[in-house]
Design a protein around this ligand. Structure first.
Ligand SMILES: Nc1nc2c(ncn2[C@@H]2O[C@H](COP(=O)(O)OP(=O)(O)OP(=O)(O)O)[C@@H](O)[C@H]2O)c(=O)[nH]1
Length: 344
């Protein structure tokens, strides 16, 4: 039997890892699952967290799957399929990865006989999606436009943002199913088998997955406006958003061109208050824009899980051990940030 591939994409901090934890617990509990993690730092914080779920995790770090590692990714995927013969593979691309690139790899002729993409899901944060679209549209749009299910996150915290977020993602992709229920009210079945379920928000034309992939793979004629061009030849006059720029790295920009990532290993023991102070100083010292920070560090009473998004800091106890912090942003001052976390 073919392995099923589930791609869980979404911009930085949208909730991909949280969703994967939910799926593993609720829906995939009896399955043999391998998870492919492509985190943005040198060490994957998400992989460490997800390994604690007891599943096989393959980390692909330091770069986006799509660009520098594209050949390696296909190779790694093939090896995993042959070695583990899993029922399911979950791929969590980096928050600044492009879903179209992951799809391209999964449709590689060497993968197709072994595994089929069952779901392309993008998580979109209702609070930040407009900001991400305005500032990092190339990545955000690609994730939204290539999804067949879009799951809105943080809807319970920001109910007033749900309608606008819904309209925004729908304007970018009107063939996807958009799910907007708070996650504690939505079952994994509703997420994974949406063809049988209904969304809470508006009516959707729901295509079966089979139909969607067929749609993706059909031949694109000159006047085709389907928005899902994957592998046709792009002429000069073509305005679709999926050009294969074969002369360069495979697409317009890779995450490395746009984002700075800093990985800090620290032996420092933090108390909660220290860490809060560091975070408060961080935005000032960074000089540029910090988009996401996450890490696991030693605390005075056990390990601490740090999750930061602009305007949102979460510091909780961690069952998983670690000594690493990853920061992603733009125009960051690396030395200042390393010094800050190391107490210098
Ligand atoms: N309240 C609320 N919090 C959420 C939701 N989704 C994610 N979070 C929180 O947001 C933070 C980031 O979530 P992750 O699941 O790590 O996000 P991610 O997309 O894997 O992040 P990156 O891999 O760094 O891009 C965590 O602290 C989560 O608990 C949601 O729907 N509601």
């Amino acid at each position: 039997m073919n392995t099923e591939i589930y791609i869980i994409s979404g911009f930085l901090g949208a909730g991909k890892t949280t969703l994967i934890q939910k799926l593993l617990k609720e829906a995939f509990i009896k399955d043999k699952v391998v998870l492919i993690e492509n985190d943005f730092g040198e060490i994957s914080v998400d992989a460490a967290i997800l390994k604690s779920s007891g599943i096989q995790v393959k980390e692909i770090n330091s770069g986006c799957i799509c660009c520098s590692l594209s050949g390696d990714f296909v190779k790694a995927l093939k090896e995993l399929l042959k070695r583990f013969q899993p029922d399911k593979i979950i791929i969590e691309p980096s928050g600044v990865g492009k879903l179209s690139d992951i799809m391209k790899a999964c449709l590689d002729p060497s993968i197709e006989p072994l595994a089929k993409v069952k779901l392309r899901l993008t998580v979109a944060d209702v609070k930040r999606c407009k900001m991400y679209l305005d500032n990092f549209g190339e990545f955000f749009e690609d994730q939204i436009q290539n999804a067949d299910t879009i799951l809105l996150s943080r809807t319970e915290n920001f109910p007033d943002k749900v309608k606008d977020a819904y309209e925004l993602v729908k304007s970018l992709n009107d063939h996807a199913l958009i799910l907007s229920k708070p996650w504690d009210q939505i079952t994994s079945d509703e997420i994974l088998y949406p063809d049988m379920m209904h969304s809470t928000y508006g009516k959707h034309k729901v295509l079966s997955h089979e139909h969607r992939y067929h749609h993706e793979l059909h031949e694109h004629k000159e006047d085709c406006h389907c928005g899902h061009h994957g592998s046709h030849d792009h002429e000069e006059g073509c305005h679709c958003s999926h050009h294969d720029h074969e002369n360069k790295c495979g697409h317009n920009h890779s995450a490395k061109d746009i984002f700075d990532t800093i990985t800090i290993q620290t032996t420092r023991t933090f108390n909660m208050e220290d860490l809060k102070t560091v975070i408060l100083n961080m935005e000032q010292k960074a000089h540029g824009t910090i988009l996401r920070v996450k890490g696991i560090v030693q605390g005075t009473n056990g390990y601490i899980n740090l999750q930061y998004l602009p305007g949102d800091i979460q510091i909780t106890r961690s069952a998983v051990h670690g000594d690493m912090i990853c920061i992603i942003g733009r125009n960051l001052n690396q030395q200042e940030l390393i010094g800050l976390f190391n107490g210098k």
